[in-house]
Write a protein that binds this ligand. Structure first.
Ligand code: KG4
Ligand code: ZN
Length: 314
């Protein structure tokens, strides 16, 4: 065991596209169907036998309870059967620790903008498991802002990657959406969602094909605003805390516009930025394994009485 990721298998759940969002019960059933084949595939790709595994890490939370229950129960069973330690991992910390999978690794303390479908946080990362949330969303998460925009535009779930795709050929200055005035390092995205909804409704009244004709420009303009909301707060936090190492993590860190904007900000503000490999942005086993590795080194194990938590503090 040396901290290298030897396989990273993702079982994509196609079922959510059909329903235009995640239905918790369907997600946990899909987890149940996928978990054994996914683990078997991961072991086989890594060329590791079950009896060679030294510990098993699982996501305790935050997330959907039904899905967390599947992973927690599986990990407990595996640990018990193999007689190996059990390691609980916090989903949001794992997104951040994905930065330790490859070089260059950030040096503590650094700031991480963690942006996913359920969370939007500015985190002051002092050590592997010593993290302080200095700003977070008061309503929708950044990923939700992308997904809800996509839904308004009639695009399938999850819409974030599609908004990203169309934005690439659109004009980000075509339309202007408001930037909310929220104090400190907190975020709000619900006002943006409402303004998009009204904007589309008003334009479609006079031109039923408005969305179709302007899809790229709408996506580029919305994405540009989401990115400016995120990066303005990061800039404020970096300045106040005197930190110039900035990382991004979570599903939305896969966004090509955000990745480019961070690179530009790095030049402008003299930051050293850390952008995860694409496969370690959206939820993945590699990041859980990485967090598990550091807990293993610290011998930080949990017992069979551990229960998943839908909401889980750091
Ligand atoms: O971290 P993640 O995989 O799951 C959660 O923990 O929520 O993040 C999923 C979110 C979804 O909202 C999805 O639309 C968004 O990440 N996302 C993106 C992109 N890829 C995934 N948003 C914008 N651009 C992308 N390329
Ligand atoms: Zn996530």
């Amino acid at each position: 065991m040396n901290g290298d990721i030897v396989s990273n298998v993702v079982a994509t759940q196609a079922i959510h596209e059909k329903y235009g969002g995640v239905v918790p019960e369907l997600a946990s059933r899909a987890h149940q169907q996928n978990i054994i084949p996914a683990v078997e595939q991961a072991l086989s790709l890594a060329k590791i036998r079950k009896n060679e595994v030294s510990a098993i890490a699982f996501t305790r939370g935050p997330g959907l309870l039904g899905s967390l229950l599947v992973g927690t129960s599986f990990a407990k069973g595996f640990a018990l059967a193999a007689g190996i330690p059990l390691i609980e991992v916090n989903h949001m910390q794992a997104h951040i620790l994905a930065h330790f999978i490859d070089e260059p690794r950030p040096i503590f303390p650094f700031i991480c903008l963690t942006v996913s479908g359920g969370h939007t946080q500015i985190v002051l990362v002092k050590d592997y498991f010593e993290m302080e949330i200095i700003g977070e969303t008061m309503d929708d998460a950044a990923g939700e802002a992308f997904d809800k925009t996509a839904k308004i535009l009639g695009l399938p779930y999850p819409g974030g990657p599609l908004v990203d795709k169309y934005a690439q050929t659109g004009n980000p200055n075509a339309f202007r959406f408001p930037e909310p005035q929220i104090p400190g390092y907190d975020f709000s995205f619900s006002g943006l969602k409402t303004s998009i909804l009204y904007f589309i409704r008003d334009h479609v009244k006079s031109d039923p094909d408005f969305v179709q004709k302007n899809l790229e420009d709408i996506c580029a303009s919305v994405q540009d605003r989401i990115i400016s909301i995120l990066l303005n707060k990061v800039r404020k936090a970096a300045k106040a805390y005197g930190i110039d190492q900035i990382a991004i993590a979570g599903g939305v860190s896969a966004n090509s516009g955000l990745r480019q904007a961070l690179e530009l900000a790095a030049e402008k503000y003299n930051w050293k930025v850390f952008i995860p490999q694409f496969q370690y942005c959206t939820d993945n086993a590699g990041m859980i394994a990485m967090a598990g590795y550091y807990k293993y080194l610290a011998q930080d194990f949990v017992g069979q009485d551990v229960a998943p938590m839908a909401r889980m503090p750091f």
